[in-house]
Design a protein around this ligand. Structure first.
Ligand code: UD1
Length: 430
């Protein structure tokens, strides 16, 4: 199992580039199921979850070609014949977002078999709202041997009010509604940029969608969607992680190829911490005096659905708060059990106490290097950030969590001066 070795203390300097958003790419790849034509996606990040989705689509009979580097991270998908419309447990268990194929599969083929996602490190994460929505659209859903089976002659338009805001739930049902008979009206939808990105791709495929990015989305179903070419949005969570990397190390970092409009709540919290930001059209320069000088001020964070503060930035921001001079609070409203990074940060010398959904961070103490364990994707990123300022050499175990969602993280950070390598590599070798 790969490990990262990180030696802390270097301020990050220079320019670092943000990749395409994994959480946009996953639904956009699933949307290719909706047409027998070829779909081309650009700016697809080279991360493990994308490879998992490739395997998932290929296992159903799709042709998927992933190309990186000079191929501009371009992916070609053709779901000509879907001979086996099944999302198998072996794949779903490694990536919950596999349930995103449920809606497009049933809409395209009239039948879908998808393994029930199991529990997950950051809470139960049910898919009951996906199921309820498809049933409202006329699908019959049964559950057997750990699989959901959905069947219908053709989905029908419906009025669906989400009991709770769900990102992949909104995306899954939005895809299904595109090929349904008649109008579907969704209320209490997720407003995340990833939903808007998916809607842009679906529209390019011939779907008729109004209101994506707001709480109310209206879809007029069509009988057929065609191929399209679409460029994936920049990854706002990777961008936010790099901004914190610049801030926590007392660096001067230009984070390039991002969309500042998707980062509003994170940027305002960083500014409240005393971090200097020069915001351009597609880049942000971040400067800070760093942790030791008492320049970083505490702030309170509450995670909320977009445009609120993202739960996917909570762990990384907590790493920064350990270096702010005073007491901050972090309240996690989206997922239960999303404080697994706390015990590891405390092992590095942080002072964080959890009480229910709220963590109290008493910041200001220098962090020390330690051997720590990554528990999930964003928790891993928080540990990298902490290790970048810790005194000495930290070893991060189970970095496969990080590889699910960050493209070549160690290479990108090394390019701006961090001392980080995978176990087995030698420092200085690029
Ligand atoms: C997506 C993101 C994930 C992010 C999360 C919240 C992807 C691939 N993943 O996950 O990175 O952390 O949004 O921004 O885009 N819920 C139900 N029933 C359902 C569905 C969800 O109760 O059927 C609950 C969940 O348990 C959670 C809340 O709704 O408490 C939000 O979850 P949701 O927005 O669905 O998260 P994901 O789409 O899985």
């Amino acid at each position: 199992m790969d490990k990262f070795v990180v030696r802390g203390g270097n301020p990050l300097l220079g320019t670092i580039k943000v990749s395409g958003a994994k959480n946009s790419a996953l639904p956009c790849m699933a949307a290719a199921i909706l047409t027998e034509d070829e779909v081309i996606l650009e700016n697809i990040p080279q991360v493990q979850d994308i490879e998992t989705e490739r395997k998932l689509l290929a296992s159903m009979g799709a042709e998927v070609e992933l190309g990186y580097g000079r191929a501009q991270h371009r992916t070609r998908i053709k779901c000509g014949v879907l001979s086996d419309p099944v999302a198998k447990y072996e794949i779903v268990k490694t990536m919950r977002a596999s349930s995103l194929v449920l809606g497009p599969l049933i809409a395209r083929t009239g039948i879908a078999r998808v393994a029930m996602p199991g529990g997950c490190a950051i809470g139960g994460r049910p898919i009951d709202l996906h199921i309820k929505g498809l049933e409202a659209m006329g699908a019959t859903i049964t559950q057997e041997h750990g699989y959901l089976e959905a069947r219908t002659d053709r989905l029908k338009g419906a009025h669906i009010v989400f009991d709770k805001i769900t990102v992949t739930g909104t995306e899954d049902l939005l895809m299904a509604a595109c090929l349904a008979d008649g109008e579907t009206l969704f209320e209490n939808c997720a407003r995340e940029p990833e939903v808007t990105d998916l809607a842009a791709m679906l529209t390019a495929m011939g779907a008729r969608i109004e209101g994506a990015g707001t709480g109310t989305i209206r879809v007029q179903g069509v009988t057929r969607l065609h191929g399209a070419r679409h460029k994936i949005n920049p990854d706002r969570i990777e961008a936010g992680t790099f901004l914190i990397a610049g801030a926590i190390t007392g660096g001067d970092l230009n984070v390039d190829c991002l969309n500042p409009q998707h980062l509003g709540s994170v940027l305002s919290k960083l500014e409240r911490c005393g971090v200097k930001l020069d915001i351009g059209k597609d880049h942000i320069r971040v400067r800070s005096e760093g942790s030791q000088s008492g320049h970083l001020k505490p702030v309170d964070i509450t995670t909320e659905e977009y445009p609120g503060f993202p739960t996917d930035m909570q762990a990384q921001f907590m790493a920064l708060l350990t270096q702010c001079d005073g007491t901050s609070s972090v309240t996690e409203n989206i997922f239960e059990n999303r404080f697994m990074h706390v015990s590891e940060l405390n092992r590095m010398g942080a002072n964080i106490a959890v009480n229910g959904r709220t963590a109290t961070v008493r910041g200001g103490a220098p962090l020390q290097s330690a051997a720590v364990m990554c528990s999930d994707l964003r928790a891993s990123a928080a540990l990298v950030l902490a290790a970048l300022v810790a005194d000495g050499e930290s070893i991060l175990d189970r970095v496969y969590h990080m590889d699910r969602g960050y493209e070549r993280l160690e290479e990108k950070l090394r390019g701006v001066g961090a001392q980080i390598r995978r176990m087995g590599e030698v420092f200085g070798k690029r």
